[in-house]
Write a protein that binds this ligand. Structure first.
Ligand code: AG3
Length: 291
């Protein structure tokens, strides 16, 4: 069977556990940088286009990044009735900024990225997402997001935590109770926080998902988890946290989102509702964290 054979060449592999890996054939490595914080690589692949790896973990591919960036952005934007000031923590590739920039009503978008190298690399090699930095409403802060939010009170309508995984700095501090409390306080009385929430399948990802939910649940009166199918993240199912002071993600959905006429390839209002319906094994794990 010709199509079952693995050809030789340059393969990028991410280890999902001791016993499972995911591999993508690359035809070229565009860059490999060791910043003060992490290793950053960009490859070119026939199947997924360019892809960004940080510390050996897949951050995005050109082919499926739309799923992650649409879901982390349009879900809260389709709930909050009047988002004017947004804070993005992490997200140095610019994909979340690109999606936010589609909303004319937003007045300012602050992004706090700790690692300037991520922005530089993406501006050079991944313009598909880095174009998000071109919006004049975007203000870039090269700082530690943890410290940045600790200094903000009652300032944002929406905070999007577009972080790496909580394995070592800089990602780790973005999953602590203290950080979530600070995000809560940095939001206005009807603010929403959305975060990258780990995966429900492999052991390391489950740990991240459970810890995140356990802590966010303690801090926000409304704390729900939603999913998206992301082919290049471990197991293909990935979670987002929806934490809110006032609005419920389904009951308070805007009726007029389609009126914005934003062209999406994954998100739509029916899927928005469906994304909060979780598989039983995931629901069960999340329930365990809610005591
Ligand atoms: N933010 C990182 C997602 C982490 C995915 N983790 C994983 N696959 N183990 C994505 C960057 C896109 N803005």
């Amino acid at each position: 069977m010709e199509n079952c054979r693995i050809s030789t060449g340059l393969w990028f592999s991410e280890k999902y556990s001791e016993d499972a890996v995911f591999s993508i054939r690359a035809v070229r490595q565009h860059c490999a940088v060791q910043s003060k914080y992490q290793s950053i690589e960009v490859y070119e692949s026939p199947e997924f286009g360019r892809f960004l790896i940080i510390d050996g973990i897949m951050m995005l591919t050109e082919r499926d990044e739309f799923i992650y960036h649409e879901m982390i952005t349009h879900v809260p934007m389709a709930v909050h009735p009047n988002v004017k000031n947004v804070l993005v923590i992490g997200g140095g590739d610019g994909g979340t900024l690109r999606e936010l920039s589609r909303y004319k009503g937003i007045e300012s978008i602050d992004i706090v990225e700790i690692d300037e190298e991520v922005i530089k690399v993406c501006k050079e090699f991944i313009p598909k997402t880095a174009c998000g930095f071109n919006d004049p409403r975007v203000n870039v802060y090269i700082e530690d997001g943890i410290k940045f939010v600790a200094g903000c009170k009652d300032k944002y309508d929406l905070i999007i935590v577009d972080s790496t995984d909580p394995i070592g700095p800089p990602g780790e501090g973005l999953f602590t109770l203290e950080f979530y409390k600070n995000c809560h306080d940095a939001l206005r009385a009807d603010g929403i926080m959305v975060n990258q929430h780990g995966g429900p399948f492999y052991e390391v990802d489950i740990g991240q998902m459970k810890r995140s939910h356990e802590r966010i649940y303690k801090v926000f009166p409304i704390s729900l988890v939603y999913q998206a199918n992301i082919p290049t993240y471990a197991s293909g199912i990935w979670m987002f946290g929806f934490a809110s002071k006032k609005y419920h993600p389904i009951r308070d959905m805007r009726k007029d989102w389609e009126g914005f006429e934003i062209k999406t390839d994954y998100y739509n209002p029916s899927l928005h509702i469906g994304a909060f319906c979780l598989p039983t094994y995931v629901e069960r794990m999340l329930k365990e964290c809610e005591s």
